[in-house]
Structures are given as C-alpha cells and as structure tokens.
Design a protein around this ligand. Structure first.
Ligand code: PRP
Length: 171
C-alpha cells in the first residue's frame, strides 16, 4: 500500500486555527461543551481547543461504526456516553471525518435527547463520496471527494493514526 500526502501538518494547523477563531467568535458569550468522538477525533480536538479563546468544557463520546478494514458496517453502536451534563448547554461535536454521516446522525440524536441548548458539528474532513444523509457540518476543515484517508487520527485497521499529516492510502 502507498501513502500519498493530502494535507500536511502545516496545512491542518492553519485551517484548525481559522476554525477555532470562527468558533470562538460565534460562542463568545457562551461556554460550549466540546464533545470529541473517539478515537479518531482526539488529535484534532486537542489541537482545536487549544486555539480557542473562550471558556469551554471537554467530554468524549464513542460510537463504533466500522469493523476492521475500511468498509462501513452500516450500523452505529454507542460504546461510551457523555459524562458532563449538557442540558441547556451549547454542544459542539468534533469529528475527524464525516463519511456516510451515519455516526454523527446517531450521536446527534442521542445528544438531542439530553436537552442541550444547541448542537453544532465541527469536522476536520467532510468526505462526500459515500454520504447517506443530509447532515449539516457547521464548521468544516476540508472537503474531500474520495479516497481512503489515514493519519492525524484517521486509521486503517487501527494503523496510521499517529501520523502528523493526512494521506490517501492507495491499495
Ligand atoms: C470513523 C470517524 C467517524 C466515523 C465516520 O470512526 O472517526 O467517527 O468513522 O464515518 P461515517 O460518517 O461513515 O459514520 P470509526 O468508527 O472508524 O472509529 P475511530 O474514530 O475509532 O477510528
């Protein structure tokens, strides 16, 4: 398998700073709960919150949508819920990638049941090739048409997550 560079560490970092300042401006009077979707979003979440200039809280949720390999199982299973109360709070869901959109739509539904003031979505990558719904990404880092992406949290069978840059994997 070959890796082809798609977004360098510098490119990711500049775009992350832009998104963080946009979110900081939009939430200047608020204290959002930033919810990372494990595992992939950990690097992006850690980087983006440290560029924000507003008070915020951090929590994590986990939904397994893919098995081993690169094909979606089509089903989404919640394996870890929130621990911070979000009733009447503004929530921002942070993802590394939105692919079919099934994971985020399931997570949004579960979060909405807890009565937050609002739920917005921030995803580093919006990959539209296999989208199965009309999910709205409020803060999007990059739009990508196709390809299997790895690095910066994105894995192939749990490999490549630790890479600083994002690559397209050629099979
Ligand atoms: C990946 C990614 C998103 C989801 C996107 O997570 O981090 O959560 O898939 O896919 P979808 O839009 O088709 O639902 P994955 O389930 O692979 O777990 P991981 O974050 O631990 O890699």
């Amino acid at each position: 398998m070959k890796q082809e560079l798609l977004f360098s560490q510098n490119t990711i970092s500049s775009r992350t700073k832009e998104l963080a300042s946009q979110i900081s401006a939009d939430y200047s009077e608020k204290e959002p709960v930033i919810v990372g979707v494990l595992n992939g979003a950990v690097f992006f979440l850690a980087d983006i919150v440290r560029e924000m200039t507003i008070p915020l809280k951090i929590d994590f949720i986990r939904a397994a949508s893919y098995g081993a390999g690169c094909s979606s199982s089509g089903s989404v299973r919640l394996t870890k819920g929130l621990e911070i109360p979000i009733k009447d709070k503004p929530v921002i869901l942070v993802e590394d990638i939105v692919d079919t959109g099934l994971t985020l739509s399931k997570i949004s539904d579960i979060i909405m049941e807890q009565g937050p003031e609002s739920v917005k979505i921030c995803s580093l990558i919006d990959k539209q090739e296999r989208r199965e719904n009309n999910i709205v990404i409020d803060y999007c880092g990059f739009q990508v048409k196709e390809g299997f992406l790895v690095g910066y949290g994105l894995d192939y069978d749990e490999q490549y997550r630790y890479l600083k840059d994002i690559y397209i994997l050629r099979f």
